[in-house]
Write a protein that binds this ligand. Sequence first.
Ligand SMILES: Cc1cc2nc3c(=O)[nH]c(=O)nc-3n(C[C@H](O)[C@H](O)[C@H](O)COP(=O)(O)OP(=O)(O)OC[C@H]3O[C@@H](n4cnc5c(N)ncnc54)[C@H](O)[C@@H]3O)c2cc1C
Length: 458
Amino acid sequence: MRYRDLSYWLSDLDEPLTPRAGLPGDTDADVAIVGAGYTGLWTAYYLAEADPTLRVVVLEREIAGYGASGRNGGWCSALFPTSLPALARRHGRDRALAMQRAMHATVGEVGRVVAAEGVDCDWAAGGTVLLARSRAQLDRARSAVAEARAYGLTDDDLVLLDAAEAGARCAADGVRGGTYTPHCAAVHPAKLVRGLARAVERRGVRVFERTPVTEMRPGAAVTPAGVVRAPVVVRATEGFTPALPGHRRTVAPVYSLMVATPPLPAETWARIGLARRETFADHRHVIVYGQRTADDRLAFGGRGAPYHYGSRVRPGFDREPRVFGALRRALGELFPVLGPEPPVTHAWGGPLGVARDWAASVGLDRGTGSAWAGGYVGDGVGTSNLAGRTLADLIRGVESDLTALPWVGHRSPRWEPEPLRWLAINAGLRVMSSADAREHRTDRPSRRAALFTRFLGH
Ligand SMILES: Cc1cc2nc3c(=O)[nH]c(=O)nc-3n(C[C@H](O)[C@H](O)[C@H](O)COP(=O)(O)OP(=O)(O)OC[C@H]3O[C@@H](n4cnc5c(N)ncnc54)[C@H](O)[C@@H]3O)c2cc1C
């Protein structure tokens, strides 16, 4: 497999992406971690930092960064898949707010570690501008700010922008306003995950690549090359989880796809803005997201690719010409200076993990030693760091502010069996896409989309 072809980010690395050695045979460890994406590697990092004597082993089926961590939009944000009201309904207002504050602090923590470890990942803490380009989107922008205020968040967390203020940050077509939060940094995702793998190795963690785990059971991770016996086994496999025995319905793999333009000239950037490399999107339903890369490309992505029957994950699903075409047109609509179908040099995608109740979670079953983290939907770049710190505390038996957060130990229900799962997810995607098209045409909020969001409870 040519790992470089998996994303613009992996293709941009200076290193050869030669796989590390595989597991040599049966091995004893204190903690076995399955998956070398951000979740697995942050967990290994904080375990090794807290207790250098721990024997931590990471088992990766391909190479570190093969999954979503090497392919994403590079928003290291404080976004959490469950909204504040939904968290407050389940856990109370104070704990909901504690969760949001922990996410805010996480962005700074990632920035601190990448600086301390010399992980050069093009870190730019420029915040996020979310544009409103229709009346419906403006309504959602206002509601988002009102909701934040109701929970005691201030202008320092999220501020409403008028048309001129939003356009000054990101001069997209038809901007009527928007919101801005400072709690986000743009990163080069592959440099982050590959740098993290090296940082954990420097701390004595052993990372074995091309080592698929075929079964996780209490006290052991089983691979064709041997068994790793460890009292704690961590599942850090996110969108790939359904392929593990017993986990077909744990999360649904939903695809997000991206395109990248060639480096754009200074004149074009003078018309677009994003001078501080703010990450950007708008308030539409089917999420799109973009960043100005350190080498002056636009990297732009979105959901909307179909969910595949039986929660299957295949390399071919990363490429969906219809979605790539839609992303290019959306980029051209946002920035007419690029033309109606802006040139792109790279197009790719990958699976992310969605829990049935849309709730990310992290936990350790003390009886079996089975630990997990995931279900981040599209917000795993920052959240996985919080997960790694939290798992390190849980595994070491430390009670902390982190282990008291409401997502700890949360058990999401399993997804419905097929064909219900396929019908429901793809119907949801269609409702939201047609709502965006209708809002664009009529400039009115879609009631169907609002009902659907309420039905999902987030
Ligand atoms: C296109 C795209 C754009 C995104 N944009 C953003 C964004 O801008 N901001 C944001 O916050 N989030 C974003 N996300 C989501 C984010 O990338 C993920 O939530 C995050 O990377 C998840 O990290 P992870 O380590 O849990 O999973 P992954 O990075 O997917 O890693 C899981 C690893 O487990 C390995 N594995 C799986 N099964 C096995 C097995 N049986 N044995 C051994 N190894 C195994 C896989 O090979 C993989 O390397 C995006 C996702 C995609 C796909």
